[in-house]
Design a protein around this ligand. Structure first.
Ligand code: FO1
Length: 340
């Protein structure tokens, strides 16, 4: 069966899907690309209306006066089936006319101005999302409200919630460039610099909607996202670690590290530079206080005992989401870890 998505691109829908009362309610603590792929698999494994994602907004930035929420948008586009499959962010078949046209203004930009910035690529279609979000925020809507509207515009059955309605920003301290914003580190510096610390700046209030989602869900999954810059900003909000710790028996994490490498991005390098172990055991140490089980890939099966020694159960299953079927199987196995 195929269904038309808002852009007119057909996406395959699962043929058999548990519905209604058989599906548990699941909240996924989410970063960007890895979480988006996991959520796609979960959407195919259970009734999607039972799923909520609490999404990192520490990566959010303002460029050209536009409010940009990369992790929310990556999840939205991925679930809508329109994300660029190679980049993992932005839209497939995107054009870059507006970015190119900015070149004219670079010549006249005064020193110190961030106008006409071109190191962060905003595609022509993607710009519409940022225009909409920015206009609605300027009208006084909260990020939670705007996210619900964007979710509805793309016809997504999964509920997306930003972690906070306030600007809580990830700051990366680098050896050579001092303190920089997350997107400066990730995109402008191509995460090819030594990091010495990460901190989160701004109000630490989890939204009430996100709090309820984390408290009330039958199962909480920590997505295979960077523990230090995607999951940690959410954990840095007031009360999050306490509420997850209090329901630890129904929290399961999926390792973003496979064979000592990150599935995507700089997680392995950051773990090492910031004093952790770039392995599934290092991930287990970071999550042992808030999750009862860690899902790892078969290439790391020899480390299962070391994970158990950290006080976590260990589930071994293919976790490199190279196909929708693997993502779906990973999601189903992850839920089974805590759902009997
Ligand atoms: N990532 C890049 O590596 N280069 C870019 O120019 C870039 C632009 C961009 C625009 C919109 C958006 O939603 C995401 C974008 N990303 C880009 C991805 C983003 O920096 C990262 O995926 C996350 O912030 C890390 O989770």
């Amino acid at each position: 069966m195929t269904t038309e998505q808002p852009t007119g691109q057909p996406t395959e829908q699962p043929t058999e899907q548990p519905t209604g009362p058989t599906s548990p309610t699941v909240t996924v603590v989410s970063g960007g690309v890895g979480a988006a792929r996991f959520l796609s698999g979960l959407r195919d494994a259970i009734d999607p209306t039972q799923i909520t994602a609490v999404v990192n907004t520490g990566d959010d930035t303002v460029l050209h006066g536009l409010s940009i929420s990369p992790d929310l948008d990556t999840i939205t586009y991925t679930l809508a089936g329109v994300t660029d499959p190679v980049r993992g962010w932005g839209l497939v078949d995107e054009t870059w006319t507006a970015m190119g046209a900015l070149e004219r203004y670079e010549a006249v930009r005064p020193a110190g101005s961030a106008a006409a910035t071109r190191w962060f690529n905003l595609g022509d279609q993607d710009l519409a999302t940022h225009f909409y979000r920015t206009a609605r925020l300027a009208e006084g809507a909260s990020l939670t409200e705007v996210t619900e509207e964007i979710q509805a515009a793309w016809g997504l059955p999964i509920r997306l919630l930003p972690m906070s309605d306030d600007r809580r920003t990830t700051i990366v301290t680098t050896a050579d460039h001092g303190d920089v914003s997350f997107q400066d580190y990730f995109v402008r510096l191509r995460h090819d610099v030594v990091t010495t610390a990460v901190r989160f700046q701004g109000p630490a209030a989890l939204t009430q909607a996100a709090r309820s989602a984390l408290v009330d869900a039958d199962i909480v999954v920590i997505a295979p996202s960077n523990p230090l810059v995607s999951i940690a900003p959410i954990r840095s909000l007031d009360g999050v670690d306490d509420l997850l710790g209090a329901r630890r028996d129904s929290v399961v994490a999926v390792s973003p590290i496979v064979g000592g490498e990150a599935l995507k991005g700089p997680a392995a390098r950051m773990l090492t530079e910031l004093g952790h172990e770039a392995s599934v055991v290092g991930v287990a140490r970071l999550y042992a206080s808030i999750a009862t089980a860690l899902v790892i890939d078969p290439v790391d099966a020899h480390l299962a005992d070391a994970i158990v020694a950290q006080g976590m159960e260990c589930i071994v299953t293919p976790s490199i989401m190279s196909s929708p079927e693997i993502a779906r199987e990973l999601a189903a196995t992850t839920l089974n870890a805590v759902h009997n």
